[in-house]
Design a protein around this ligand. Structure first.
Ligand SMILES: [Zn+2]
Length: 95
């Protein structure tokens, strides 16, 4: 539709909610549907990440902030523009 595509997520682990939907857990990265790597450059297959096309990255960020969801947000993905409501800013390069 000419709109910029919102990233979904890819995660190292998953659980199933009450409605039977797969939900991400563990290491959670931003992933653009149609690509085979995360925003931070990890190949999904080699990093053993599962795709969650129905879970938007912004929602995962919100879940990680507000719930005890077991989600570990990838800081490199967050810095790579996954947080679409904020202007991109340089992060501390040290770990
Ligand atoms: Zn990442």
């Amino acid at each position: 539709m000419g709109k910029k595509q919102e990233p979904s997520v890819a995660a190292s682990s998953e659980w199933t909610d009450e409605e039977g939907l797969r939900q991400p857990r563990g290491d959670v990265h931003a992933w653009l549907p149609g690509t085979n790597q995360t925003l931070c450059g990890l190949p999904l297959h080699r990093a053993r990440l599962d795709r969650f096309q129905h879970v938007l990255w912004v929602d995962a960020l919100w879940l990680a902030d507000t719930t005890d969801s077991g989600i570990a947000i990838c800081r490199r993905c967050a810095a790579a523009g996954g947080r679409s409501t904020r202007r991109w800013s340089r992060v501390d390069p040290r770990p």
